[in-house]
Ligand binder design. Structure first.
Ligand SMILES: [Zn+2]
Ligand SMILES: [Zn+2]
Length: 145
């Protein structure tokens, strides 16, 4: 049986969510803002329809800025700080939202096929040859997700 949903949450468990599965899209983002926010090499970013995300718990929001100057709403658990959601006005207009797929309860089978902002990727990162690599962000989502 294939999954219809998958669940995840923040480190402390205060924020929990369920998303429709499979995802619309799964990418990584190596922009410097994602590196700062995650304290890691990159963000693993899932894309879902807003209606396909159910979330409980309390998120705090940091309003980041894309290179375009547009707002990027980075939402994280107000208790443990785990980044959970990223939202933009463009995403709202499209009816989608981004979430940090590293917070899923199961991550071993994730296979992000597109890698964004590889221009600023840490030097040791090796992306699979058959995956798409975008030096920056080249879609309408307008962000550093
Ligand atoms: Zn938490
Ligand atoms: Zn990013």
């Amino acid at each position: 049986m294939s999954e219809a949903t998958r669940s995840g949450g923040c480190l402390c468990g205060g924020v929990r969510y369920t998303v429709a599965w499979p995802l619309q899209m799964l990418v990584t983002c190596s922009c410097t803002n994602c590196q700062k926010q995650s304290g890691s090499a990159l963000s693993v970013v899932g894309v879902v329809a807003r209606d396909d995300l159910a979330l409980s718990g309390t998120l705090a929001t940091f309003t980041d800025r894309a290179d375009s100057g547009n707002a990027v709403y980075r939402q994280f658990c107000n208790r443990c700080g785990s980044p959970v959601l990223t939202d933009t006005d463009a995403a709202r207009a499209q009816g989608i939202i981004f979430f940090k797929a590293g917070t899923l309860d199961r991550t071993d089978d994730l296979d992000p096929a597109t890698h964004m902002w590889t221009r600023s990727a840490q030097g040791w990162m090796v992306f699979p040859d058959h995956h798409a690599k975008l030096p920056e962000q080249q879609d309408e989502t307008d962000g550093k997700a």
